[in-house]
Design a protein around this ligand. Structure first.
Ligand code: TYD
Ligand code: MG
Length: 462
């Protein structure tokens, strides 16, 4: 008989405490600890709960194990396949995480449509939407699949029964937070439920060799159990990001046992679902006008292994607060603070009486230190109220002494800027290309921030 006990569990990271705490000592989030009643699970009850994979396994010589390439199959989208490391691996467990409404169900349903047309038997467990709602969505997405079964069910044990009867090749659980196991007393969406359901699904995927996609919601305030607590159990974590109110979505993997985590996929959410963006270079600067305003600069940032030109904007205005405000959207806040400090100390800008707002246009997050130079120039030009020519692009990391440090994949970045018609590019000296002959593109190599500033403003001089 299992012993009942009460514990407080952080819904963000899974930290457990015997008493209530306002702030989680593990992830520093406030108000995320929720009381859960849980059984102390014994080894025999783990076996009972999982119902599968209970037989003793025998060791096999590595050389005797065969794993051929045909064990992978395409998702139907090049962008998705790239992030997966070349398609789905048979029998793997993939977690697709993202904020509610970002398009996770849409992406997976579209992929299911393709897989079913290739003869795969699919079971789509919809724990959030009714069968009718899913049908309406499928019609909107123009999916007419023969081999796609929909199950509107929230109980894990019932789902298992159906899977064992149907024996699908591909299983989707939408979403992990909406299903529950009868063996656990806490409510669905709690850490214990989410963890237990995922563990059982992992065993099922491996035992029956079914490729399984689990959809998991992420909320910023951590009110529901986050996919963080599942990361160690699954083979790959695919995050779907972007601004819900804008059309572009970025797919990236934060963990992948079968491929690189450097790849990203780009999609466009339209009236009829998601479409791939195959040449993403210029999508974020498409709306930019010819006469650039002060405080705007184009940087060549890398998203995964691909260059992406994005506009960075800054607004520097006189402050009315006792301590000036620094707001950053799309670039890490501490990185912006560092750049402001370098501008004050090495360029001599006095920004202590000014509020500074930095924004990456297009609602995307840039996680590339090469954007430093763009942020510095955007702040500097807004402060001085001067503009940089709209045919100029930059990239480079800024060090604390004001030096410009080299970045990865410089040549690819330069070529992308050239392809999109830029006439001047300011790059770190360490990245100076030795053998690159690009007509009409002036490459300026700089080693200090002050040089970059004077080069960017050169056209201002008569
Ligand atoms: P959805 O896949 O339901 O998001 P999630 O499963 O991540 O919660 O996507 C919902 C949003 O996508 C919704 O706000 C409407 C939008 N959408 C479109 O713009 N076009 C479409 O064809 C579909 C199906 C959805
Ligand atoms: Mg959904």
């Amino acid at each position: 008989m299992a012993k009942k006990k009460t514990k407080w569990v952080c819904q963000n990271c899974g930290y457990e405490s015997p008493a209530y705490l306002g702030k989680c000592p593990e992830c520093s989030k406030w108000g995320t600890l929720i009381e859960e009643t849980d059984e102390t699970v014994s080894a025999s009850s783990i076996k009972k709960q999982n119902k599968v994979a209970t037989s003793k396994s025998e060791p096999t010589l590595l050389n005797d194990i065969t794993a051929d390439k045909s064990e992978r199959f395409s998702s139907g989208y090049e962008e998705f396949d790239r992030v997966l490391g070349g398609g789905f691996v048979k029998g793997s467990l993939i977690l697709t995480a993202g904020e509610p409404g970002i398009g996770k169900s849409t992406l997976i349903l579209q992929s299911c449509g393709y897989l079913s047309s290739k003869g795969k038997k699919i079971l789509y467990v919809s724990a959030e939407e009714s069968e009718k709602q899913l049908k309406i969505r499928a019609e909107r997405l123009n999916i007419h699949a023969d081999n796609l079964f929909i199950l509107s069910e929230t109980c894990l044990e019932n789902i298992f029964e159906t899977v064992k009867d149907l024996k699908p090749d591909f299983l989707v659980i939408d979403s992990i937070q909406a299903i529950y196991s009868q063996e656990i007393t806490s409510s669905s969406g709690s850490v214990s439920q989410v963890r237990e359901c995922c563990y059982s699904l992992m065993n099922l995927a491996k035992y029956m060799n079914i490729t399984t996609v689990i959809i998991g919601h992420v909320t910023k305030d951590g009110t529901i159990a986050g996919p963080k607590i599942l990361e160690h159990m699954v083979d790959a974590v695919i995050c779907f990001e972007g601004d819900r109110y804008r059309e572009y979505r970025i797919l990236r993997s934060t963990k992948n046992r079968f491929g690189s985590t450097n790849e990203v996929g780009l999609f466009n959410m339209g009236e009829h679902g998601l479409k791939e963006v195959k040449n993403p270079g210029e999508i974020f600067i498409a709306e930019r006008s010819e006469d650039t305003a002060p405080g705007s600069i184009i940087v060549v940032a890398n998203e995964g292994n691909r260059p992406l030109l994005v506009e960075i904007q800054a607004l520097v205005s006189q402050t009315f607060y006792p301590a000036p405000r620094r707001v950053s959207t799309g670039i890490e806040y501490n990185r912006v603070l560092k750049i402001i400090a370098v501008l004050e100390k090495r360029i001599g800008l006095n920004l202590s009486k000014h509020d500074i707002y930095v924004n990456v246009v297009g609602g995307i997050d840039i996680d590339d230190s090469a954007a430093d130079l763009g942020v510095a120039l955007a702040i500097m030009t807004s402060f001085r109220d001067i503009s940089v020519d709209h045919k100029t692009a930059v990239f480079g990391e800024i060090g604390l002494t004001g030096e410009i440090r080299s970045c990865t994949q410089a040549e690819i970045r330069i070529k992308e800027a050239y392809k999109l018609g830029f006439e001047k590019i300011i790059i770190p000296k360490g990245n100076a290309p030795s053998n690159l002959n690009l007509k009409n593109l002036k490459i300026v190599c700089v080693s200090r921030l002050i040089e970059a500033v004077s080069s960017a403003l050169q056209q201002e001089k008569p």
